[in-house]
Each structure stands twice: as C-alpha cells, then as structure tokens.
Design a protein around this ligand. Structure first.
Ligand code: PGA
Length: 248
C-alpha cells in the first residue's frame, strides 16, 4: 500500500501580531514551491482570517489550533468549528497537550471537539502523548493507546482524521524520544487503528515535539511517520521550509 501524502503542520501557538504573522505566511508562501508534503499553517485565532487571505488558492492549508464541541452558543472566548470552516480552514488541532494539561481537557472532551470538527467539514488533528513520568514508568504505549481509543471521533476515517503523537516532555524542550521509541509508539497507533479500520494504512500519523532541521530527516524517515507537527521551528520560515522539503 502506498504511503499517504505527508503533512507538515506549523502550530504557531500564541505567537505573532498581524505584521509578524503576515510576514511569516508570505515568506512561507514564497519559499514553498512544489513540494511532496502538504503544508498547513495554524495561526493564532486573531490571525486566521488575514493569513487565510494571503494563502488562499496557494495549496497551503489553513487550520485552527482548537475548537469548541458546540456549534455555537454562550462559550465566552471559544471558537466553534463552523467558524473556522467559514474562514477557510481545512484542519483543526484538537487535544494538544497544552489544551489537555493547560486547560484540563479530557479524552471525552477531545473526542467531542473532533466530532464537532468533522460535523463542520474539517479534518481533525487529534493529538495525544505521554508525560515524562508516564514514560519513566513504562506506560507510554498504554497511555497513548488509551488516549487514541478515548479521543477518536465517531465517523473517523483517513480523510477526516489525522493522529498526532506528541510526547508532552518533548514539546518545546529540544528533547526527542529515540527513533526506536517513536517507531514503537507509531506502530502501536497503526496497529490499534487497524483493529477498527481496514484502511488504517491511509491514516496520517504525525510526530510532534522539538522537530527541527537537525532531526527532521531521521524522524520523517521512520516507519509509520507520515509528517510532523512543528511548534518552535514553524515560526522561522527557513526552518519550517527545510523540514517540509525533507519529504521531497
Ligand atoms: P515544538 O512544539 O516543535 O515547539 O516542540 C510542537 C507542538 O507543540 O506541536
């Protein structure tokens, strides 16, 4: 079975004013050219509309960093999935560790958000990953297996859901698991998906956590790694483009 098209997603997190965000989007647009990988930009909510304007029609995809599980209503400060779709988003990240750990989001909440994303016609990037203490206790595989089971939306399919493995302790730290550890977790994810989906090979499984130009080639070459979620390096156009070009 042929490998799915790789996805390189830039999660800008809570960074950038209009001028920086637009300059970054323009630099990425100018440097992207023809690439094997699909590029995705997930700006902060304030920049989704203007960045979307700049990249419209370019083939670079736009995404949100989170969404609410409700389609509308009295949820101060939140964004609904249909609002993201309305701005031209194709993707939304749900269950990022900074949401799970910073905002107390559970698997059930992540699943509900992913279902809201699918209902709005968005592709949900469902993130999961163990903490350092869980890895030290030898629980990494069981934790991600449980998170996958609890967070995958009803109606998931390879065209509607991307899975992001992001060990909490590797995000923004400069540390990454060994290649063997990444392959082991991605193998567990693929195996677990195969138990429910005959087309499990078509799901894109992204690795995230301190991906940078110095390590992207080996990480993106690992079995069952179909792309990357990039935080810090997505704010520097040359680093982000270098990572994306690794895929050809
Ligand atoms: P990082 O973030 O690349 O800065 O480690 C990754 C992420 O949170 O997606």
């Amino acid at each position: 079975m042929s490998k799915p098209r790789p996805l390189i997603a830039g999660n800008w997190k809570m960074n950038g004013r209009q001028a920086d965000g637009l300059a970054l989007a323009e630099a990425i647009l100018a440097g992207a050219g023809d690439m094997t990988a699909e590029l995705l930009l997930c700006p902060p909510a304030t920049l989704i509309a203007p960045v979307g304007e700049r990249i419209r029609g370019s083939g670079i995809a736009l995404g949100g960093q989170d969404c609410h599980w409700a389609a509308s209503g009295a949820h101060t400060g939140d964004i609904a999935a249909p609002m993201l779709a309305d701005l031209g988003c194709r993707y939304v990240i749900v269950g990022h560790s900074e949401r799970r750990h910073g905002h107390g989001e559970t698997d059930a909440m992540v699943k509900a958000k992913a279902e809201a994303a699918l209902a709005a016609g968005l592709i949900a990037i469902v993130c999961l990953g163990e903490t350092e203490a869980e890895r030290d206790r030898g629980e990494a595989e069981s934790v991600v297996g449980r998170q996958l089971e609890g967070s995958l939306p009803e109606g998931a399919s390879p065209d509607k859901v991307v899975v992001g493995y992001e060990p909490v302790w590797a995000i923004g730290t400069g540390r990454t698991p060994s290649n063997a550890d990444i392959e082991a977790i991605h193998g567990v994810l693929r195996r677990d998906l195969a138990a429910s989906f005959p087309e499990a090979d078509r799901f894109r499984l992204l690795y995230g956590g301190s991906v940078k130009p110095g390590n992207c080639e080996e990480i993106l070459g690992l079995a069952n790694v179909d792309g990357a979620l990039v935080g810090g390096s997505s704010l520097k156009e040359q680093e982000f483009l270098t990572i994306a070009r690794t895929c050809g």
